[in-house]
Design a binder for this molecule. Structure first.
Ligand SMILES: [Fe+2]
Length: 333
């Protein structure tokens, strides 16, 4: 519920009223009130008008029930009962109040408030369940798509696939260490699994080259985050994973690629993914480098922490290494 550019909004309910409409509603209420005073002369017609106008008390009850469900219906029924009681007392000043009539109107207010509120709450709950089912299906589709992509990557380059699996584990462990929520941890796992999927677009002779890469070859390799994003973005529900993968080579000082993002411009999941990626890459044996022990890798990464790596993520990594809670390196593959 909220106020937006002169429009009263009530969640997903169709209660959008413009200021002009509210002014008209107010004018009608004032007109009815004046008519009520003018006609209050004890005639038969006045009695009929009185009974009809009592129905106006239902307006706030119905509106509140639609707006806030059972809570709104009950609260407005309490307030309307109080206002109606004062009204009746004043109208019957000096005379005995017709209690059965009072009770019947109050009962109507409460029935409308409670039943209307319960119906609105049930409708909202059904909508929430439908949304949850839709999200669940979307999530399963994304998981299956990621598993297929990881399998495709594995058939092209088994190391990159196993590297992705370990990066996913380390990134999720870092996220858990930093108390991230379940949704962020899942993004870290999925993004870790397919972060190098863009390497499908890098020729094997470059990807598996034992020696140093030329400038052109390096440029070709550095295109892999964008290639990955191009593969992932069309997948429904994978937009965040695509954004994280696109940013996993960005550095806090802006020297990374492909967009040269800085600090908070880089999604926090991508920053943790980079910490995990650098750690797993340094610790593993590769055609162009020997494996390194975790202590040596941490010393090397300490120099990168700040400008090149997220510092908080690095300290979380130190903690995990100290506690021996990381998956074993890929030595000798
Ligand atoms: Fe990468």
């Amino acid at each position: 519920m909220g106020w937006k550019a002169g429009v009263v909004t009530a969640g997903t309910l169709p209660l959008n009223l413009r200021w002009e409409q509210l002014a008209w509603l107010g004018a009608v209420m004032v007109g009815l009130g004046l008519g009520h005073v003018v006609l209050s002369r004890g005639t038969h017609l006045a009695h009929v008008v009185h009974i009809s106008l009592v129905a106006l008390y239902l307006t706030p009850v119905v509106a509140s029930a639609l707006w806030a469900g059972l809570r709104g219906g009950v609260l407005s029924s309490v307030l309307v009962t109080a206002a109606f009681s004062i009204h009746v007392r004043l109208a019957w000043l000096g005379q005995a109040v017709e209690l059965p009539q009072w009770w019947s109107f109050v009962a109507i207010f409460w029935v409308v408030g409670v039943v209307g509120g319960v119906m609105v709450d049930l409708q909202k709950a059904e909508r929430a369940r439908a949304l949850a089912r839709e999200r669940d299906t979307e999530r399963r589709n994304v998981l299956e798509a990621m598993a297929s992509l990881a399998a495709a990557l594995g058939s092209h380059d088994p190391y990159t696939r196993s590297h992705g699996e370990r990066v996913a584990q380390v990134a999720a462990a870092l996220g858990a260490e930093l108390h991230m929520g379940a949704e962020q941890l899942e993004i870290l796992r999925l993004a870790g699994l397919v972060h190098d999927i863009g390497k499908l677009g890098v020729p094997d002779d470059i990807l598996l080259k034992p020696g140093e890469l030329s400038v052109a070859e390096r440029t070709s390799v550095q295109r892999h985050p964008e290639t990955a994003a191009t593969i992932l973005q069309p997948l429904r529900g994978a937009a965040k994973v695509a954004e994280v993968v696109l940013s996993h080579h960005e550095c806090p000082d802006g020297s990374g690629y492909p967009r040269g993002l800085r600090n908070s411009e880089i999604p926090v999941e991508a920053q943790l993914l980079r910490v995990a990626d650098v750690f797993c890459s340094l610790i593993d044996t590769r055609p162009y480098k020997a494996a390194l022990p975790p202590s040596t890798v941490l010393s090397m990464m300490e120099f990168m922490a700040g400008p090149k790596l997220n510092e908080v993520g690095f300290h979380a990594l130190e903690t995990l290494v100290r506690r021996g809670e990381l998956p074993p390196p890929n030595w000798g593959k």
